[in-house]
Design a protein around this ligand. Structure first.
Ligand code: GAR
Length: 183
């Protein structure tokens, strides 16, 4: 049986694309941003896509869709809003995963890549973690590290981090789905 995920995003959707290309079954995509390119990627792949600018409305509707589509894992892929405590607590633990462009717990929040550069950090990386009530918190599932070069800009570093994300996130999602289906 194929195990379904749902994806929440706010932007470009490059991680969504990598997840789709990995053959993972995406039941629906939802966004708080009507202009998110990720919504277009979903449409191009005939994946039902939804947007609500109002975040409480989005959360309320997504909870209904999760039941309707029998979703097994909720994947945040560049969803730039903090989920409410009520939303997170309405779902089982280890039901929501997130990808973040830093070695958490370092550089939480927005502009994690710029934070690392401004801090003159020698290394940064990618973290995949379960989502709890707090921002960029929750237990860490996998991390990968890269060196920051002197010539790196926020853009060049983002490009290198995203190459890692695309493999690490889709691989991790596949492993979680496989493990959950065996439990
Ligand atoms: C990704 O780089 C992800 O790590 C970051 O947003 C980007 C979305 O890219 N997420 C966060 O910063 C979460 N705090 P995408 O829309 O191309 O997948």
């Amino acid at each position: 049986m194929k195990h379904n995920i749902a994806v929440l995003l706010s932007g470009n959707g490059s991680n969504l694309k990598a997840i789709i290309n990995k053959g993972i079954n995406v039941s629906f995509v939802a966004s708080n941003n009507p202009k998110a390119l990720g919504l277009r990627i979903a449409k191009n792949h005939n994946i039902p896509s939804y947007f609500w600018k109002n975040v409480s409305e989005l959360e309320e509707e997504v909870l209904k869709l999760i039941v309707e589509y029998d979703v097994k894992l909720l994947v945040l892929a560049g969803y730039m809003r903090l989920l409410s405590k009520n939303f997170v607590n309405s779902l089982p633990s280890k039901f929501i995963v997130n990808v973040h462009p830093s070695l958490l717990p370092k550089y939480k929040g927005m502009n994690a890549i710029k934070q690392a550069i401004d801090d003159c950090a020698e290394f940064t990386g990618v973290t995949i973690h379960y989502v709890d009530e707090d921002m960029d918190s929750g237990s860490i599932i996998r991390q990968d590290i890269i060196k920051i070069h002197e010539i790196d800009t926020a853009e060049s570093l983002k490009d290198r981090l995203q190459l890692i994300e695309h493999h690490l996130y889709s691989d991790t999602i596949k492993s979680i789905l496989k493990k959950n289906s065996q439990d």
